[in-house]
Design a protein around this ligand. Structure first.
Ligand code: FMN
Length: 176
């Protein structure tokens, strides 16, 4: 029997120019992902593009992302989680892009069998909150999707203490 009680935090996040925070060295969602992994003792996995040609400028990136969403694109991702079956709970984190997940997160989700897993969605945004991201995750993975968490990207970036308190409160509700 394989153990499947391990916890994994998967996230997609961008550096470069982001809305309301200027040029950042660590992505907003990455900051939250690391807080979750620290608190829960989870493994951390970053979804990276196989061929990352996304522009560093915010406005240019919004245009590329909009085109990808319209085309329902599946940008190729770089790596796979080798021991995916070991995980019972998977946190999936991403920025809210046009009310949706970045398309690369769909590419990621479609590569795995999620049956029997619990999925906890978390999102950073600049006003839209979770949008329909949890229901899109449910539709794609068919997993047991837990209550999601959203946080302003600029709060994750610039107000770490209050961000951490909110992250911890959410984790506590989930039983961590
Ligand atoms: C392509 C793109 C589209 C975005 N669309 C939205 C949106 O629809 N609603 C919203 O609240 N924020 C939107 N944002 C802002 C991001 O969700 C926010 O800045 C987020 O914290 C970025 O996280 P990251 O640094 O982890 O990539 C968008 C940002 C980008 C780059």
């Amino acid at each position: 029997m394989t153990q499947n009680n391990k916890v994994l935090v998967v996230y997609f996040s961008r550096t470069g120019e982001q809305y309301s925070v200027g040029n950042i060295k660590e992505g907003n969602t990455a900051i939250v992902a690391k807080m979750i992994a620290d608190k829960t003792g989870a493994d951390l996995f970053e979804i990276k593009l196989a061929n990352d040609t996304y522009p560093a400028s915010y406005t240019a990136l919004t245009k590329v992302a909009q085109q990808e969403k319209r085309a329902n694109a599946r940008p190729e991702v770089a790596d796979k989680v080798s021991n995916f079956d070991d995980y019972g709970t998977v946190f999936i984190g991403c920025p809210n892009w046009w009310g949706d997940l970045p398309m690369a997160v769909y590419t990621f989700m479609e590569q795995y069998d999620w049956s029997g897993k619990k999925v906890a969605p978390f999102v950073t945004h600049e006003g839209s909150g979770l949008s329909s991201i949890p229901s899109s995750i449910k539709k794609t993975t068919k997993a047991d999707v837990l209550n999601g968490f959203s946080l302003y990207g600029h709060e994750a970036q610039n107000e770490r203490e209050s961000a951490k308190l909110k992250v911890d409160a959410w984790l506590k509700k989930l039983g961590f």
